[in-house]
Design a protein around this ligand. Structure first.
Ligand code: MN
Length: 254
């Protein structure tokens, strides 16, 4: 039985890769839109793969903001565990990964188990988070276009930063702070518990939409360097944001 189960999983993994290639022209958010009223209706973003993708930079690339040991444990242990458990949950709950994107799964997550919710969220959130971090962006800011939208929706860039930081600081226990865009491109800030995210169709997600920027405020993301000082970690985070990707995601909403 066990051997068959593994073979089936391998089969699903192989066919999923083929499916992702075939389905590349399908927009993640078009699919996601079926599950959420506030979903942006168009995007050029590719679907998030079900497997972990390479980090894209060295574990020490984000120092001194995020130390190498934290990055290595976070990527190889925590995030890897979410991806593995997501594979188990999709097999157990008969999700056809060739037909269901990670984003579509998240948009309908209320129909699945808690294990699926925690690990589909955990996998998606971390895949996005790694790409939202960049070693060479110190002092970088959004382009004029996104900055104008931030000024419009939050009064000023400083006010936006304060609100985002407050969302991260005030999230009790583990969770995420988010900059979210609705289908009208309007920007909002929210936070979610555990591994929930703004794509999910669950009541605990107060602001739904496309996550543009996310910050992991689980202790595993900062405790080795910052211990109990989550606000210091959040302050340092501004120096390693890949604003180019934030803007690309925002611009994908037509
Ligand atoms: Mn994490």
């Amino acid at each position: 039985m066990k051997k068959n189960s593994v073979n089936r999983r391998q089969f699903i993994s192989t066919t999923a890769k083929a499916g992702i290639t075939v389905g590349m022209s399908l927009s993640a958010i078009e699919i996601f839109a079926k599950g959420c009223d506030n979903a942006p209706d168009n995007t050029n973003l590719e679907n998030t793969p079900y497997e972990q993708t390479p980090l894209g930079y060295a574990y020490n690339a984000l120092e001194p903001v995020i130390d190498a040991q934290t990055m290595e444990i976070h990527y190889t242990k925590h995030a890897a565990a979410y991806a593995k458990a997501l594979g188990e949950a999709t097999a157990a709950e008969n999700v056809d990964k060739t037909k269901t994107s990670v984003e579509q799964l998240l948009g309908n997550i209320s129909k699945y188990s808690t294990k699926m919710r925690n690990n589909a969220g955990g996998h998606y959130n971390h895949e996005l988070f790694w790409k939202l971090l960049s070693p060479a962006t110190q002092g970088n800011k959004p382009s004029d276009k996104l900055m104008a939208a931030i000024n419009k929706d939050f009064t000023s860039f400083d006010n936006f930063k304060t609100q985002f930081a407050d969302a991260g600081k005030s999230r009790f226990g583990s969770g995420w702070a988010w900059l979210v865009a609705g289908n009208d491109k309007k920007l909002s800030i929210t936070s979610t518990p555990n591994q929930d995210n703004p794509l999910m169709d669950v009541k605990e997600v107060e602001v739904k939409g496309l996550p543009l920027l996310g910050l992991d405020v689980w202790e595993h993301a900062y405790y080795l360097k910052y211990q109990n000082k989550r606000p210091d970690y959040i302050t340092a985070f501004w120096d390693v944001i890949n604003w180019g990707l934030v803007e690309k995601r925002w611009a994908s909403i037509k």
